[in-house]
Design a protein around this ligand. Structure first.
Ligand SMILES: CC(=O)SCCNC(=O)CCNC(=O)[C@H](O)C(C)(C)COP(=O)(O)OP(=O)(O)OC[C@H]1O[C@@H](n2cnc3c(N)ncnc32)[C@H](O)[C@@H]1OP(=O)(O)O
Ligand SMILES: CC(C)C(=O)C(=O)O
Length: 530
């Protein structure tokens, strides 16, 4: 049945209102305080995202909180979301909220009062009858300052069901337009949630005229599941935060609820105003403002939420993304390639990555060799970046017709030890070994190469550069050799700088051999390489 709501007009039964409390409950996360400018920026973004209500703060908490609520109210003085301020069930809090909200085009006074036996007895030190009276008087006062009043039964999910029904009835009679039942300590299970709301709908007179709301905490990781169960039991306002931030383990995360509604319309056939392609940028804005990134595996907005690393998954995604993606990355604002190369990746993803990097025409041999080296690097590196792939493919492409190949290298070095390199080359298919000591690991390696494959050239340049960041980054080494006035540059890359150096030297050597072949008759070639 449709509800006639003071802020929203006619609300059809399939409409879900998103009440965002990132700036109030979210800010209650330790270390997540935001300054005025940051709250204003966040409020702007939340409005763009399409939330229906922004809870801007707790006006009486501090002069700063008052100013934030008032400034956000001013920002939405002409139109925009409903702006709410929370306060306790006492006149001072309610009047402070009313004052701060004055400039807003649409405002809501939000009043909270605990209803559980434990909270009433220990925290409030009030009898149930006093709580009932306070409910009536506070909501009545709230209604004198705003047509839109939300009443929340703090610790409602642990309250006696009969008493909760009486409180809700009193709040509705006093004029509350939204009734919110929080699972304040994140104790409920989805079936508890459903039971609480069904109970209220069955038992409280006038409940059909107000919007029912759920506010769930994540102490047992069930905030989103509880929110969805509440919707299925008749709730039409959900309270949530961006990235699920909030007191202790946080609140139901807006992005997860919104995407569950979008993805599971079969089970949750409801409409809402959330512009889901803005979700990622809103999440990132909050992370930037607070300095807290979401964990990589966070649903919807985590770095890995749409990343596929294993070969079988990547192959499936390349054939049809719906094999492993229940929602599209674009639907929440992701634009980057979701295939992450790692040790579990297969050839299909590797080939796809090469295509994306512009390596369309690589021969099968070079591709296979590059893939083998990629697996080797992936075993050693946490993440194989695009630049790593490019470096190793470049390596393989230029090595396609090499006569000299590096097939083995061991280097022993350390403090007070003269470095020794033991090395194996394949020259025109024939194995040659070298072993040498030197002034450093690189020097020993280069001498060993000259031992395995005697030649007389001058080393003109040796340069090392890091391809990507981190101590596991690939090194790209450039070696310049000179022979009879001819200069050649060789490149090599590897996570091991010495191996990269050996590859670069051998690469330069191959270029020299190619030059010789182009300038000398075949009968002299054998003599040169003997
Ligand atoms: C579940 C929730 O998230 S509720 C919202 C939580 N958010 C906040 O607490 C906002 C920040 N809070 C504050 O800045 C402060 O706590 C203030 C300004 C609200 C109050 O500060 P103080 O006056 O110093 O009181 P203090 O915080 O020590 O204690 C809270 C008092 O409010 C009373 N109280 C708690 N909830 C309610 C309520 N819903 N209605 C009426 N009184 C309440 C407590 O019984 C206690 O009263 P007492 O001092 O007589 O024992
Ligand atoms: C103020 C209410 C809604 C709250 O934050 C809670 O009970 O967790």
């Amino acid at each position: 049945m449709a509800i006639n709501h003071p802020s929203f007009g006619t609300l059809d039964d399939d409409r879900i209102i998103f009440f965002d409390t990132t700036l109030r409950d979210g800010e209650q996360s330790p270390g997540f305080s935001m300054n005025l400018e940051e709250k204003l920026r966040m409020a702007e973004e939340l409005a763009e995202l399409g939330v229906d209500v922004i809870e801007a703060g707790f006006a009486i908490a501090s002069p700063g909180d008052f100013e934030s609520v008032q400034s956000i109210a001013r920002k939405f003085a002409k139109d925009g979301p409903v702006i709410a301020s929370l306060g306790r069930a006492n006149p001072a809090d309610i009047l402070r909220s009313a004052e701060a909200l004055k400039p807003a085009a649409r405002k809501r006074i939000h009043i909270v009062l605990a209803t559980s036996e434990l909270h009433m007895r220990v925290k409030l030190r009030l009898t149930p009858e006093e709580v009932l009276d306070l409910t009536t008087s506070s909501v009545t006062l709230g209604r004198q300052h705003s047509d839109d009043v939300e009443w929340s039964a703090e610790d409602g999910s642990r309250s006696d069901p009969d008493f909760l029904c009486r409180c809700v009835e009193a709040a509705i009679k006093a004029g509350a337009t939204t009734i919110n039942i929080p699972d304040t300590v994140g104790y409920s299970m989805p079936e508890d949630m459903a039971r609480i709301f069904r109970d209220l709908r069955n038992r409280v007179p006038g409940i059909e005229k107000v919007v029912l709301s759920a506010h769930n905490h994540n102490d047992l990781g069930m905030a989103v599941a509880n929110t969805l169960a509440a919707i299925q039991a008749g709730v039409r306002q959900i309270e949530s935060t961006i990235n699920g931030i909030g007191e202790r383990a946080g609140n139901a995360s807006l992005e997860e609820v919104a995407m569950a509604l979008r993805t599971r319309r079969d089970a949750l056939p409801f409409r809402n105003n959330i512009q889901t392609p803005r979700i990622l940028r809103t999440s990132k804005l909050l992370a930037t403002i607070t300095g807290f990134d979401v964990q990589p595996n966070k649903a919807v907005v985590g770095r890995n939420a749409f990343a596929h690393e294993s070969g079988i998954h990547q192959d499936g995604v390349l054939k049809d993304a719906s094999t492993y993606e229940i929602m599209t990355p674009e639907s929440v604002g992701w634009t980057t390639n979701s295939l992450v190369l790692g040790k579990h990746s297969g050839r299909a993803a590797f080939r796809d990555k090469l295509k994306a990097l512009g390596y369309g025409e690589i021969g099968d041999n070079a591709l296979n060799d590059a893939f083998r080296r990629f697996k080797d690097i992936a075993d050693r590196k946490k993440v194989v970046y695009d630049e790593d792939v490019a470096a190793l493919v470049d390596d393989e492409v230029v090595r396609g017709n090499d006569r000299v190949k590096l097939v083995g290298l061991t280097v022993a070095t350390g403090l007070g030890v003269r470095p020794m390199a033991t090395l194996a080359l394949e020259v025109d298919g024939e194995r040659r070994d070298g072993m040498a000591t030197g002034d450093g690991a690189v020097d020993a390696t280069f001498i060993a190469i000259r031992q395995a494959f005697p030649h007389d050239v001058a080393l003109k340049l040796f340069a090392v550069q890091s391809v990507t960041g981190g101590t596991d980054a690939q090194a790209r080494v450039t070696v310049r050799l000179e022979e009879n006035g001819k200069l050649v540059d060789g490149q090599g890359s590897d996570t091991d700088t010495i191996v990269a150096a050996a590859r670069a030297y051998v690469h330069a050597l191959n270029k020299l051999l190619a030059k010789r072949e182009r300038t000398m008759p075949p009968e002299f070639q054998a003599a040169l390489t003997a």
